[in-house]
Ligand binder design. Sequence first.
Ligand SMILES: NC(=O)c1ccc[n+]([C@@H]2O[C@H](COP(=O)([O-])OP(=O)(O)OC[C@H]3O[C@@H](n4cnc5c(N)ncnc54)[C@H](O)[C@@H]3O)[C@@H](O)[C@H]2O)c1
Length: 431
Amino acid sequence: MDICVVALGKIGLPLAVQYASMGHRVRGADINRELVDCINRGEEPFPGEADLAERLSTVVRDGSLTAGTDTTAAVADSDIVVVVVPLVVDSNAEPDYTAMDAATESIGKGIKPGTLVIYETTLPVGTTRERFTPRLAELSGTTPGEDLMVCFSPERVYSGRIFADLSKYPKIVGGIDDRSAAAAIAFYESVLSFDDRDDLDRPNGVWDVGTAEAAELVKLAETTYRDVNIGLANEFARYARSNGIDIHSVIEAANSQPFSHLHQPGISVGGHCIPVYPRLYLSNDPGALLPAASRTTNERMPAWFADMLRAAMGGSLEGRRVLVAGLAYRGGVKEPAFSGTYPLVAALEALGASVGVHDPLFTDAELAAEGFEPAQPGPGWEAVVLHTDHAEYLEWSPADLPDASVVVDGRSFLDPQAWTAAGRSYLSIRP
Ligand SMILES: NC(=O)c1ccc[n+]([C@@H]2O[C@H](COP(=O)([O-])OP(=O)(O)OC[C@H]3O[C@@H](n4cnc5c(N)ncnc54)[C@H](O)[C@@H]3O)[C@@H](O)[C@H]2O)c1
């Protein structure tokens, strides 16, 4: 099969590598020339994705994966097009289709009769059928239901462990019609293999959920569920802390009952999944109460931790030097998307603090490009707020931060003893 993957980011590149390693000819298309050149050299463009470096160099070396910046040409040479260009929300929390529309334009111009286009980017319900399919048809002169097949298939993997997740989770598909769905099922069955999962009601594999809309809603439902769950855990945590109750033991105990699955509370939930996708759901269903409330609750957490620090430092952060540990939204991945570090730094600065940001996965130039003062541990920092659970931070000791009288652990990640034994004040969501 000739396959085109449009967007070679954290998700698209591993997908392209997966398809190529299953014996197909894959053309990757991305607007980022530097990224494309790096891929064509067989070099991993970002760290942290298990097995990517080795698998990428193999498929580039054997010629099964090539990358380019001309999406239309790559599509013209392909039977199947998989699209994973991100869709984000703008400052009004509304979907911003700029990148997706641009990609759809380039794809539409390259489509020939009989092409199957699969959108994997998380989308509001109805987008595949109502927004993209008519445009693809118009630009290519093809007709949906006749010689243009279009599907939605949510990408449910976790960056850092994509290849493992591709086998672990059922691949959900929904077509604009039955023919499209059948073609997508045949495609995914030829490029993926699935682990046996006794815990599922159906055999693990490609699951057709009936329509593109149902497939779109699957991803919005699972991510919004998590956001609501975390929002509830954060509400409980704030209440528990102000009443001297240890939220972690409460959650551990509550979750021993089979119907409770409370997530861990904490400083932030970043990435695309949690901050963005509930907003996409809300764009479909603006009257929904729980998703909106959870977003509010979860977005308040960085400021809540900043305020915890303010209280611990005598009621004011005016002129105090505060080190924020971690930009990545999750430990071990170089992924700043929608990280809680942005609102955390803004909240600390609004309280008058002078803030530096450290992250072992980002260079000083990269931190500066995000608008932060790049920083290293050392003397002079009067307090530390841990935002990201990077393993490196477990190595930090009071000697590395000789002047930090307060450590706020936004993830309940550090060993409190290590800090309190040295006379430092250690604060977390636990009382
Ligand atoms: N990152 C995750 O953990 C994750 C998990 C599940 C699903 N997803 C889905 O995958 C999508 C992509 O996420 P990502 O993490 O790979 O993003 P990313 O930011 O790592 O990569 C996006 C890539 O898209 C490219 N791009 C932008 N506009 C383009 C265009 N018009 N044509 C071609 N390429 C274009 C960019 O140059 C970039 O390389 C997300 O929006 C989401 O729907 C992501």
